[in-house]
Design a protein around this ligand. Structure first.
Ligand code: PLP
Ligand code: COI
Length: 345
């Protein structure tokens, strides 16, 4: 067993036993290797390093109440990676290969999988696909390298369910209209860093972006989707420039299952004052409630409109959704949707 204090885990790097790696070269994937060293031997001319020919995924493995080890909807991550790879014009693994490699990575790093009792902790898997052949011209890479990395993690920010303050960045975008916003490509995250760094300096945990064409509607956060609760309604933005979050899609189904109304539609900024609860949702953040949401004409200015939700704790509807989704993942609730994929040890 790894010597880890599971209760102190944050969302950060821990060296594990292995990472898995395979390369698509001359029309086929090389045999999957397990590497104990996570420093790569890679051409300095690899397209990933120059033109951000890179996409990735994030999913979690959980130790369930019955002792089984579970992945949550891994085929959705596989499909999204394939979609991102197609956008970048590089080869992606099949769904079967993706899931099999995720499972092998869990097995090889099983001592880094937090125990069932470690609330909010899991083994985070980071499937990563990069353009890896040496190149100089701007073009999609012929060769792609697919890896599965993993790290035991706890809450993304603060403690699980601690409410955060966030800020709208009106003078920054993470994605362009008709751009790459709906793909999980590394470049989107690079583009969010400037505004995120300023927001962090000001004490905000996340940035909320508006739609890049009209700046009148809510898009999403830098690393999660947005949802608002109004009465018995779960409201989440419909937009071409946001990542199709697997957690959000699952929450929509769970909310309906729990008798809530679900609305996926454009969310005008003015509607922010009408929500009773607002939150971030995603694999890393699960559900992170928002306490204060600050809207500034310029991120660097003092002028602001503040929306406050609840008292700093998770609101009742968000909590109900959180409990259901984490209950499913940890095997405390029977899975009515077929979302759980067991890792045979
Ligand atoms: N939006 C962005 C920009 C993200 O980085 C993530 C994280 O993956 C999400 C949303 C949530 O997506 P998912 O629920 O599939 O993890
Ligand atoms: C995830 O939620 O899995 C993500 O990929 C977010 C990450 C960018 C921190």
């Amino acid at each position: 067993m790894a010597n880890i204090d599971w209760s102190k885990l944050t969302f950060s790097y821990t060296k594990t036993n292995t990472i898995l790696k395979t390369t698509f070269v001359d029309g086929a994937w090389t045999p999957v290797e397990s590497l104990t060293d996570d420093y790569l031997h890679l051409s300095a001319y690899a397209g990933a390093l120059h033109y951000a020919i890179e996409c990735f995924e994030g999913l979690k493995a959980f130790r369930a109440k019955d002792g089984s080890v579970r992945l949550f909807r891994p085929e959705e991550n596989a499909k999204r990676l394939q979609r991102s790879a197609q956008y970048l014009g590089i080869e992606a693994p099949s769904t079967e290969m993706f899931i099999e490699m995720c499972k092998r990575c869990v097995r090889e790093n099983i001592e880094f999988l937090p125990p069932y009792e470690a609330t909010g902790a899991s083994l985070y898997l980071r499937p990563t696909l990069i353009g890896s052949n040496p190149q100089l011209g701007v073009q999609s890479s012929k060769e792609s390298t697919f890896m599965i990395l993993c790290s035991p993690v706890g809450a993304y920010v603060g403690g699980a369910l601690d409410a955060v303050d966030v800020v709208i960045a009106r003078n920054y975008d993470r994605a362009a209209p008709n751009g790459s916003g709906s793909y999980k490509v590394g470049g989107n995250y690079a583009c969010s860093l400037r505004s995120l760094n300023i927001a962090h300096e000001q004490g905000y945990k996340a940035v909320l972006y508006l739609d890049p064409s009209t700046k009148t509607k809510i898009d999403e956060f830098n690393s999660s989707n947005f949802f608002g609760i109004k009465g018995n309604k779960y409201v989440t933005p419909k937009s071409e420039s946001i990542l199709p979050s697997i957690t959000n899609a699952s929450l929509e189904i769970v909310a309906a299952h729990l008798g809530m109304e679900v609305e996926r539609r454009e969310v005008p900024v003015e509607e922010l004052s009408t929500f009773e609860e607002v939150g971030e949702c995603g694999t890393a953040v699960v559900i992170t409630p928002v306490h204060k949401l600050v809207d500034k004409p310029f991120l660097e200015s003092d002028e602001e409109t503040v929306y406050t939700y609840g008292d700093g704790k998770c609101g009742p509807k968000s909590l109900k959704l959180y409990n259901f989704i984490t209950g499913l993942q940890k095997g405390e609730i029977e899975d009515p949707f077929g979302w759980i994929d067991i890792v045979e040890l």
